[in-house]
Write a protein that binds this ligand. Structure first.
Ligand SMILES: *[C@@H]1O[C@H](CO)[C@@H](O)[C@H](O)[C@H]1NC(C)=O
Ligand SMILES: *[C@@H]1O[C@H](CO)[C@@H](O)[C@H](O)[C@H]1NC(C)=O
Length: 190
């Protein structure tokens, strides 16, 4: 059904990659203004099963999106609460959650406007969060979204996230995210 395809496509976009780098960078301690912290991890997004991590909350009323076979439409809106792990497998160590929503906001490409809070729950950034916003075209090999802020260690942070689909099957996707985050010196000294 329409929502199924949409969920799968959108899920794929989201999941690509947060775990590894974040924790590697942590070994170097607090970053300086010129050196972004690198966080690497994976995001597990699934619209199927008894406890889906992403749900369709509104069917778009616009035209069908290219390549969706008619199952995804301009205006489809999803909410997600995805696990973030260090590695790509579901059993990998959990390092946080990605909570947010995305809406198909392009009349042509299968591209969504995505906004999410990345809540970190492990390592040196435990308790801090990143605010991420951007355009996510699920068909592109790599997407770039913006880090527009954060909390805790990441208060007033800026940066970007490189987003890839690691795997995609049915309504489930694993996304690989690399976040490069510039920590505000002002916030660090606060
Ligand atoms: C969206 O459309 C599908 C297919 O018609 C339907 O099964 C589903 O309940 C709808 N979801 C919402 C949130 O309207
Ligand atoms: C993260 O912080 C919370 C709250 O302080 C704490 O309960 C939890 O054990 C910490 N997790 C890890 C993996 O350090």
């Amino acid at each position: 059904m329409a929502s199924h395809l949409t969920s799968a496509s959108l899920a794929t976009l989201l999941t690509a990659g947060m775990a590894t780098v974040l924790f590697a960078s942590a070994a170097h301690g607090v970053g300086t203004q010129g050196a972004p912290r690198h966080l690497h991890f994976y995001m597990h997004d699934s619209s199927t099963g008894p406890k889906p991590t992403t749900v369709l909350i509104a069917n778009g009323t616009g035209q069908p999106l290219k390549g969706s076979g008619g199952s995804a439409r301009f205006g489809d809106t999803m909410v997600m609460d995805d696990r973030l792990t260090e590695g790509p497998t579901p059993a990998s160590r959990v390092v946080g959650r990605a909570q947010g929503f995305y809406v198909t906001a392009s009349q042509g490409d299968p591209a969504v406007l995505l906004t999410m809070n990345v809540l970190l729950a492990d390592g040196p950034y435990n308790g801090s969060s990143l605010a991420v916003v951007g355009r996510n075209n699920v068909m592109m090999p790599e997407r770039e979204l913006a880090v527009v802020g954060g909390t805790g260690v990441f208060r007033m942070a800026t940066g970007y996230v490189l987003w890839k689909t690691a795997s995609w099957s049915g309504g489930s996707a694993v996304l690989e995210l690399d976040a490069f985050v510039y920590v505000s010196p002002a916030a660090a000294g606060a």
